[in-house]
Design a protein around this ligand. Structure first.
Ligand code: ADP
Ligand code: MG
Length: 375
């Protein structure tokens, strides 16, 4: 059903605005957003749509096409308590962050696979934020909306995410990746001409989620911060590989490894941008492999399922592959030739079955547009 009709079926009136925002995949630049690094995500073609209408009272009602059995009831007053659990927090958090003072009816329909590492959460937040920005004529820029939706996820949903997902969902451009500088939030659009070169990006959701037995994210972040403090730099962004190697003795071996990933990954992002601009896709693929090895061996955030995707893709003709996202499960990407798509997915499926792992999910997408108002 069209979202306008679905809205009308749920609320008995027509929506005043419909907006959409995409999920994303990060080409390269992993675990460096919090080190003031550079990241290079693109928006995928799957989007979340939000249909919204103002109400005359202060009530908030929310329906999701993905949760058809429930209608969430809240109010502008209740928002201040920030409590609550469940999926509607992502929507309520945005209403809270944008300081909306009027009641609303909202219907959301998300076609970004949930929990596959493609950021359905940012797609949801950004589609609601884009709709509200238009409806209330707030005049917020996409950078401001990125900061506000990140704030919603950090402080209302209470998930400590960086600003990458929201930025790319809001600012992406069809045919381009978004080079985002996490130090000053400046952006550049970088052409990604995979399709015309007969290439595509395969996304493989391993469906594995390993518990972070060793402190996971917090330890990586803390190690980078303590390494920076010991070496007298503001962040990993200010550190050169030469200085890191020279001052090796000032760091613990874990700090050294974590710092080596961060410093080398930031350099790889800059190289990757050059390779994409020059359409040197073989060399670009090699950078994906180097990123994976660094995440696996220095940052130690990979896992057997992710390594299996990467190794199997490479053994079957991929130009390069790496894990994406936080690690310990989630998704991996592989840059592959169009004609190898069937062979590589089959090989990965078989390798997973042989290892006794749950069957993986496959997606692919070319770089697509960011959030917009569609009616
Ligand atoms: P990811 O962002 O990688 O998909 P997250 O765990 O960050 O994974 O976000 C997924 C969560 O976002 C879901 O569990 C759900 O709570 C919420 N969500 C996202 N899209 C929708 C939707 N269309 N309808 C309801 N909830 C959604
Ligand atoms: Mg998310």
């Amino acid at each position: 059903m069209e979202i306008a009709q679905a809205f009308e079926t749920s609320f008995g009136t027509k929506p005043e605005v419909i907006a959409q925002a995409p999920g994303r995949v990060n080409l390269i630049g992993e675990h460096i957003d919090y080190s003031q690094g550079l990241v290079l995500p693109f928006a995928i073609d799957a989007v979340t749509k939000s249909a919204i209408r103002k109400r005359d009272d202060d009530q908030i009602r929310i329906v999701s096409a993905q949760r058809p059995e429930e209608m969430i009831h809240s109010s502008i007053l209740e928002l201040q308590q920030k409590g609550g659990t469940g999926w509607s927090r992502y929507v309520l958090g945005v209403i809270w962050a944008l300081e909306i003072k009027k009641g609303l009816d909202l219907y959301v329909d998300g076609r970004v696979p949930l929990g596959a590492g493609l950021s359905s959460s940012a797609a949801l937040e950004c589609s609601v934020a884009t709709g509200l920005n238009h409806l209330f004529q707030l005049g917020k820029s996409s950078t401001e909306l990125a900061q506000l939706t990140q704030r919603a996820e950090n402080q209302y949903v209470v998930v400590p995410c960086g600003i990458m997902d929201q930025s790319v969902s809001l600012m992406a451009k069809n045919g381009y990746a978004l080079l985002l500088d996490c130090r000053d939030l400046s952006t550049q659009h970088v052409p990604v001409d995979f399709a015309e070169a007969g290439l595509r990006l395969l996304i493989v959701d391993t469906r594995a989620h390993h518990a972070l037995i060793d402190g996971g994210y917090a330890e990586r972040r803390a190690s980078c911060e303590s390494a920076a403090a010991k070496l007298g730099v503001a962040s990993m962004r200010e550190l050169e590989m030469q200085q890191l190697e020279r001052d090796h003795d000032k760091l613990t071996s874990v700090e050294f490894q974590r710092a080596r990933h961060a410093v080398s990954e930031i350099a790889r992002v800059l190289k990757a941008v050059e390779r994409l601009r020059a359409k040197q896709f073989l060399e670009f693929g090699e950078l994906l492999n180097q990123s994976h090895i660094s995440l696996r061996d220095d940052y130690t955030v990979s896992c057997p399922e992710l390594d299996l995707v990467v190794d199997t893709a490479n053994a079957n003709g991929a130009l390069g592959a790496r894990m994406v996202g936080g690690g310990f499960g989630g998704s991996a990407i592989a840059l592959i030739k169009d004609e190898d798509a069937g062979k590589i997915s089959l090989a990965i499926e078989k390798a997973f079955a042989d290892a006794g792992y749950q069957a993986p999910r496959f997606f692919d997408s070319l770089p697509s547009d960011g959030a917009k108002v569609i009616s």
